[in-house]
Design a protein around this ligand. Structure first.
Ligand code: NAD
Length: 484
């Protein structure tokens, strides 16, 4: 296996930095449990150094013409694509996701974000407003030092989805990856330096929640963008509010997927597979509540069970493998607990349900049928390969039940009736919706949650608004008319 031990744990001011006084963070390969690298959590001195580097870099970076900042990002995109295989292998070792997936979904998605935001960096602008003889204009300014905090499921993509719009707008960033997957963001930092990003523009520090919390409350920080669970989101949002900091919260979900009886069953089953089993189910926007109209329940389940025979489990570094382990033993234990709850609550186990008898943290792709809305497997985010199939009779009922959750990250509908597709999408209480497909998130379109699933948007032009602020300048063209 490729040696993935990085030169040092942190990347600050354009160079690797180590402080072995920080707690150890062991990186294990989820397919075997083998330890593949050891890093150290940031000490307060390292956190301070990273924030100082970002603070020192921000004025010069913001003063560059957008086109020059964009050029750096676009060069970084090219480097990511050139090194796609190496980066994909590191992503696979970091997360356990199959190389078959990471070769097309991770560095590739990061490159798309850097290219797209690099391309629009030169177009970030305000507007002119004529007010009779007077006039006003707005300037879209960067916020300053931004903190990014990542979840473990898409470590390269999450770092790039935050860094690309932040840097395009002229901000600098300190990024803290998840302690479960600390390797990939360091590669992005290296590549940004190689692409010409000045020292301090993008920094990476390692650590657990306490390091994240120290970053969020530092007075130098203007904005916090978190990808993580709802409970962590609540804590981080509250801590950020103390200092009136801007936030983006990309949080968890329990998203619905509605399959009407006129739908193309194979497309809907394909959507359910992507939305429940890709990345072994460790995707925030997954459609884990699959509502199937009652008349096609059996046909849907038969086809889903049939297609799950195509799962190839094994070493994720083998490109023939399309289903990998969960990221950690803790996640394995959590997912098996949810499966046990589903069985205990009376759901019908159609397929899967067990830990796989091999090294590593593999859980079989699991499908429950006859799930009811009140069961815990239909209410709680599992973040593993567990699909819950529910049935419904009509559209109004399906929409009401789909929306009966405090989450609102995503939703999908499969139907041949396009008017119904748009009607249902309009009725969904969710930030990202799909009609006749699922989980496609190209950089051009905004991504993010409603309700408890988050605040703000990543990707698309909306992300520019979340990494900048408007200054208004009023220009008086005549005298000043005062009352006395
Ligand atoms: P998590 O909430 O446990 O941790 C997320 C990050 O927050 C980690 O880097 C962690 O170290 C840090 N953190 C923890 N406590 C903190 C604190 N008090 N202050 C600052 N930082 C703190 O999430 P996870 O288990 O790593 O990831 C899984 C979760 O992420 C799921 O709920 C999933 O839905 C969500 N997720 C959301 C999106 C999205 O875009 N909406 C994408 C991927 C994952």
């Amino acid at each position: 296996m490729r040696n993935v031990q990085p030169e040092a744990s942190h990347y600050i001011g354009g160079a690797y930095v180590e402080d072995a006084a920080g707690d150890a963070i062991d990186v294990t390969y989820a397919a075997t449990g083998e330890q593949v690298a050891t890093l150290h959590a940031a000490t307060p001195a390292v956190v301070d150094r990273a924030l100082a580097a970002a603070e020192a870099a921000r004025r010069d970076w913001a003063a560059l013409p957008g086109v020059e900042r964009g050029r750096v990002l676009r060069r970084a995109a090219d480097l990511l694509r050139e090194r796609n295989r190496e980066l994909s292998e590191i992503e696979t070792i970091d997360t356990g996701k199959p190389l078959q997936e990471t070769l097309v979904a991770d560095a590739a998605s990061a490159a798309d974000a850097l290219e797209w935001f690099g391309g629009i960096a030169a177009t970030v602008r305000g507007e002119h407003l004529q007010l009779g003889a007077d006039w006003a204009y707005t300037i879209r300014e960067p916020l300053g030092v931004c903190v990014g905090i990542g979840a473990w499921n898409y470590p390269t993509q999450i770092a790039a989805w935050k860094a690309a719009p932040a840097l395009a707008c002229g901000n600098t960033m300190v990024f803290k990856p998840s302690e479960e997957t600390p390797l990939c963001a360091l590669k992005l930092a290296e590549i940004l330096t190689e692409a010409g990003a000045p020292p301090g523009v993008f920094n990476v520090v390692q650590g657990r929640g306490d390091v994240g919390a120290a970053l969020v409350t530092d007075p130098r920080v203007a904005k916090v963008s978190l990808t993580g669970s709802v409970p962590t989101g609540r804590k981080v949002y509250a801590a950020a509010a103390e200092g009136m900091r801007h936030v983006t919260m990309e949080l968890g979900g329990k998203s619905p997927m509605l399959v009407f009886d006129d739908a193309d069953i194979d497309a809907a089953v394909g959507g359910a597979i992507l939305g429940n089993f890709y990345s072994s189910g460790q995707i925030c926007s997954n459609g884990t509540r699959v509502f199937v109209q009652s008349g096609i329940r059996d046909a849907f389940l038969d086809r889903l069970s049939e297609r799950l025979k195509g799962v190839v489990m094994g070493d994720p570094l083998d490109e023939a493998v399309n289903f990998g382990p969960l990221v950690s033993e803790a996640q394995l234990t959590k997912v098996l607990g949810h499966i046990r709850d589903g069985v205990a609550e009376g759901a019908t186990l159609v397929t899967g349900g067990n830990r796989v008898d091999r090294d590593g943290w593999y859980v079989e792709p699991t499908v429950f049928a006859d799930v009811t809305d009140d069961m815990s497997i239909a209410r709680q985010e599992i973040f593993g390969p567990v699909a819950s199939i529910l049935t419904f009779e009509d559209e109004a009922e399906a929409i009401a039940r789909a929306n009966a959750t405090s989450f609102g990250l995503a939703a999908g509908v499969f139907t041949a009736d396009l008017a119904r597709g748009h009607r249902v999408a309009a009725a969904f209480e969710a930030g990202t919706c799909w009609i006749n497909t699922y989980n496609l998130t190209p950089v051009e379109i905004g991504f993010g949650g409603a309700k408890q699933s988050g605040i703000g948007r990543e990707n698309g032009l909306g992300a520019i608004e979340h990494f900048s602020q408007l200054k208004t300048v009023y220009v008086g063209m005549g005298g000043v008319d005062a009352p006395y």
